[in-house]
Design a protein around this ligand. Structure first.
Ligand SMILES: Nc1ncnc2c1ncn2[C@@H]1O[C@H](COP(=O)(O)OP(=O)(O)OP(=O)(O)O)[C@@H](O)[C@H]1O
Ligand SMILES: [Mg+2]
Length: 271
């Protein structure tokens, strides 16, 4: 089982859209068993699914009780909660405040590993302890940014945040960190005119392509914008298209699958 958290401390870059579409791609196209966790208090990911439960991710932090909602035979969800803040959870005053979720995972790992191949976690755009807890249990943290200077700055900040979490979560005697997460980056909403990317996007791509953890970029595309509105991933939308329609969007689909395969490989490389 591999765990991936999607995070970047900049709003609107596409975190929830890619958590949703990547989760659907892994389950629908790659036939993996996927658990989504909505770790963002605005609960955008949760709103995409017609499921209910008494318990949410809030209860995982508070009592450790959990409820997994089955969306279909390969996709499940732990629902989000508006109360998922450091203040509501009183995280700052707890011992091992970076490792609260880590302890929960250790306790339930065997069962989760039996049921799932991948866990994908969406987060709020912040550097809260809640977000740090999600990053601390992950194998990969995926930064998703639009083609902006602020987005790239937020990526640099994410790498520093990861180092900070690693330093805060050390085993006291060996001084080794419990946290082994690797940060990776994808670009999003790349704009084209004809076959060319726009000048600003070109500049952005020149900078991110030099990053060794860069896994590719996804273009700005109505199919993506629609996915969280229709509650249909781009891959589900593809299944409903005629062959001719699929051909029209072939470059987009080839590219997003290339990027998602890179993400999958980055998770599988970690042992
Ligand atoms: N590749 C894309 N092409 C076109 N629109 C996109 C693309 N990716 C995301 N969007 C749109 O951009 C907006 C923000 O996306 P999303 O909600 O996924 O970002 P987020 O990082 O989760 O935002 P927040 O910080 O609010 O949680 C949404 O309206 C979404 O439909
Ligand atoms: Mg979001």
């Amino acid at each position: 089982m591999k765990i991936l958290t999607v995070n970047l401390d900049k709003g609107g870059g596409g975190k929830s859209s890619h958590t949703y579409n990547l989760g659907d791609w892994l389950s629908r196209v790659q036939e993996k068993r996927v658990l989504l966790i909505d770790g963002a208090r605005e609960c955008n990911l949760t709103h995409s699914f017609d499921v209910t439960s008494d318990k949410t991710i809030y209860d995982v932090f508070v009592t450790g009780d959990y409820e997994i909602c089955q969306v279909n035979n390969r996709l499940s969800l732990i629902r989000g909660d508006a109360r998922l803040t450091d203040e509501q959870l009183d995280l700052t005053s707890r011992n091992n405040k970076y490792l609260q979720l880590f302890m929960w995972f250790s306790e339930h790992y065997e069962q989760l590993e039996k049921d799932f191949d991948f866990i994908l976690i969406d987060t709020h755009n912040d550097e809260s302890l809640v977000t740090a807890n999600f990053i601390a249990v992950s194998d990969v943290v995926l930064g998703v940014t639009d083609a902006s200077t602020n987005g790239f700055r937020a990526w640099l900040a994410l790498k520093r945040f990861v180092d900070h979490i690693k330093n805060e979560a050390i085993e006291v005697i060996s001084r080794k960190s419990y946290v082994r997460v690797q940060p990776y980056l994808i670009g999003n909403k790349i704009e084209y005119y004809g076959n060319h990317v726009t000048e600003t996007c070109r500049q952005f791509l020149d900078v991110v392509e030099a990053e060794e953890s860069y896994l590719g970029s996804v273009q700005k595309k109505e199919l993506m914008a629609k996915s969280l509105v229709l509650n249909q991933s781009v891959f589900e939308q593809r299944e409903l298209m005629t062959t001719k329609q699929v051909t029209t969007h072939q470059i987009f689909f080839d590219n997003i699958e290339y990027v998602y395969r890179n993400i999958l490989n980055s998770m599988e490389r970690i042992d």
